[in-house]
Design a protein around this ligand. Sequence first.
Ligand code: AR6
Length: 163
Amino acid sequence: MIIETVQGDITHQQVDAIVNAANESLLGGGGVDGAIHRAAGPDLLLECRTLGGCPTGAAKVTGAYRLPAKYIIHTVGPIWQGGGHSEAELLSGCYRNSLAIASELQLQSLAFPAISTGIFGYPLVEATKIAIATVKNAQFSGELVRFVCFDAETENTYRRLLA
Ligand code: AR6
């Protein structure tokens, strides 16, 4: 499995599935979630309404509609509350459960955003260490995992910690 990092917009990625950093309602929001819903179009929300939400740390899959990807895997990162509320285990679960869905669907390539590090306030370096360690230890049957970083600070952090 190849692990790589790029700076860019996850809605533009030509991979089998992109991962969305959603909230428990799965009915859209700001940040990367808002960008994905805007780019995929309104049919995504119609499918999300059938899912009944998603607990923090878990993941659910939908079609990708107008996006170049085939699927969107929606996962819900933890809201940072100081670190004593199982945030690390929950964040690791987001990566692990997303990779498990991708393996079940026999997908070859998957792109992740920096889950929880925006609106949900997870400290960037700690979150990046969890993202990398969980992906490295996961049993993903596909070929490529790409970390898509929206800003330069996030990309520099991923590059440094992947090296
Ligand atoms: N492509 C890639 N990364 C992006 C994009 C994009 N188009 N847009 C933003 N990011 P956030 P969270 C980055 O806030 O912290 C929503 O309202 C962003 O710069 O999107 O998990 C949900 O509905 C940051 O590095 O997600 C939830 O309520 C990273 O994506 C809540 O926000 C994650 O930032 C989830 O908060």
